[in-house]
Structure formats: structure tokens, C-alpha cells
Ligand binder design. Structure first.
Ligand code: HEM
Length: 206
């Protein structure tokens, strides 16, 4: 068990580490190290970090169950918010540099290109999770309803993978989508397994 002070300390470390990819991008921007296509570099980098943080967020519960380190749950919200933060940067790069904040043109592009349609849908589903991530919102919604709403993450992660897969399909390059798709499948399958096991146990307990 971690003390309140240790939890705060770990939170500060996670916060600082979570900002590093963005700091690196800004640094690369100033140092003219974003390569021949800076927009593509930033879009891909922020997309990657959205996915990494999604995987980290989804890893918390399985890790906690396997290790019985219940304090891990204290860091899940921050990891989830970092996934959202990088999704916002990813989307803003697209809206800003690809469409110069012309929302109409951006929406046309979203409809025209299926891989972007899927990414956009995943992003829209992400918004209510970020908005309701505070303790006040948990209280206002009630634990049950809050939990139900936050199950949207089980949809967002596969949609993120489909978006990535579809994008890479054009290049016939499936290695990374298979790797991350595999990670998401394992993380979701573990939850399903535990839920089914619990259902099997419950009648016996009654
Ligand atoms: C949860 C939401 C999302 C996730 C997890 C995600 C993830 C990713 C990933 C992993 C990549 C590929 C990076 C690489 O090549 O290494 C990518 C690329 C891209 N995504 Fe997303 N994305 C999301 C939402 C969006 C949204 C909302 C948009 C725009 C409306 C978008 C537009 C793009 C574009 C334009 C690319 C780059 C395509 C290219 O360079 O050819 N994504 N995304």
C-alpha cells in the first residue's frame, strides 16, 4: 500500500513523463527536426501517443488484479486523461494544419476518408469520458451510471485500432496495427474472462 504522500509523488512523476512527448515535439519544432513533412510527423506522433496511453490506461485493471496492488487504480484517471490530451493534439493538428480551422472542409474530409471517419468517431466518444472524469461528476452521475458510461473505453480502443489498421492498409504495412490490436484484444479478453468467471461463481455464492 502506498501512503498518500507516495501517491502524490508518483502522480507528479507520471504527469511529468506524460508531458514529455509533447515537450519533445515542441523541441523538435524549434530545432527544425520534424523532418520533410512536419504535419505528418506531428499527426503520427500524437496518434501514436494517444494509442500508447490508451493501452496504459487499459492495463491498470488487469495489472491491479494480477498483482493485488490496488493503489494502481489511483493513477488510471491521469493516464486516461493523457490519452485524451494526445487525442486532442492529434485532432487539432488535423483541423489546424490540414484544414486551417475550416470545420466544414474538415467534416467533408472526415466523411470522405473512412479511416478518418473511424478516428473521428472514437474521438467523439472520448469527450464524455474526459468531461465526466472529475470526482464531482462521479458523484453527480452516481457510481453505476458513471461506470456504464466509462465502458465506452471498450469501444474507443478497438475503434482506434481500426483507424490505425485502415490507415496502414493503404501501405500494406500491418505490423504495428497487429501488435497494438493484439495488446488491446488481450487487455479486453482478460476483463471478459474475469467477468464470466464472476458470473459462474455468483450462483454458487447465493
Ligand atoms: C481515439 C482516437 C484516435 C486514435 C487512437 C488515433 C491513432 C492514430 C494512429 C496510431 C495513427 C498512426 C500513427 C503512425 O503512423 O504511427 C493515426 C494517424 C492519423 N490519424 Fe488518428 N487517431 C485517433 C483519432 C483521429 C481523429 C479524430 C482524426 C481526425 C479527424 C485522426 C486523423 C488521423 C490522420 C490524418 C492520421 C495520419 C495519416 C497519415 O499520415 O497518412 N485521428 N491516428
Amino acid at each position: 500500500m502506498l501512503s498518500a504522500r507516495q501517491v502524490s509523488l508518483v502522480k507528479v512523476v507520471i504527469f511529468a513523463l506524460g508531458l514529455l512527448p509533447m515537450v519533445r515535439l515542441v523541441w523538435f519544432g524549434f530545432a527544425d527536426r520534424l523532418g520533410a513533412n512536419p504535419i505528418e510527423f506531428i499527426t503520427r506522433n500524437t496518434g501514436d501517443w494517444t494509442l500508447y496511453f490508451l493501452c496504459l490506461t487499459l492495463s491498470v485493471t488487469p495489472l491491479r488484479r494480477m498483482t493485488k496492488w490496488n493503489w494502481l487504480i489511483r493513477f488510471r484517471r491521469m493516464l486516461g486523461l493523457f490519452a485524451f490530451f494526445y487525442a486532442v493534439l492529434h485532432f487539432t493538428t488535423f483541423l489546424w494544419f490540414d484544414h486551417f480551422f475550416d470545420v466544414g472542409e474538415m467534416l467533408k474530409d472526415v466523411v470522405k476518408r473512412p479511416f478518418i471517419t473511424v478516428g473521428f468517431f472514437a474521438f467523439l466518444l472520448f469527450i464524455p469520458l474526459a468531461v465526466t472524469s472529475t470526482n464531482g461528476m462521479v458523484r453527480r452521475l452516481g457510481g453505476k451510471r458513471w461506470q456504464l458510461l466509462h465502458r465506452l473505453i471498450y469501444l474507443i480502443a478497438p475503434l482506434g485500432i481500426l483507424h490505425f489498421w485502415w490507415m496502414k492498409a493503404g501501405k500494406n504495412d500491418f505490423a504495428e496495427p497487429i501488435l497494438f490490436g493484439g495488446i488491446i484484444v488481450v487487455l479486453l479478453a482478460l476483463r471478459l474472462y474475469w467477468r464470466l468467471a464472476q458470473h459462474r461463481r455468483e450462483p454458487a455464492l447465493r
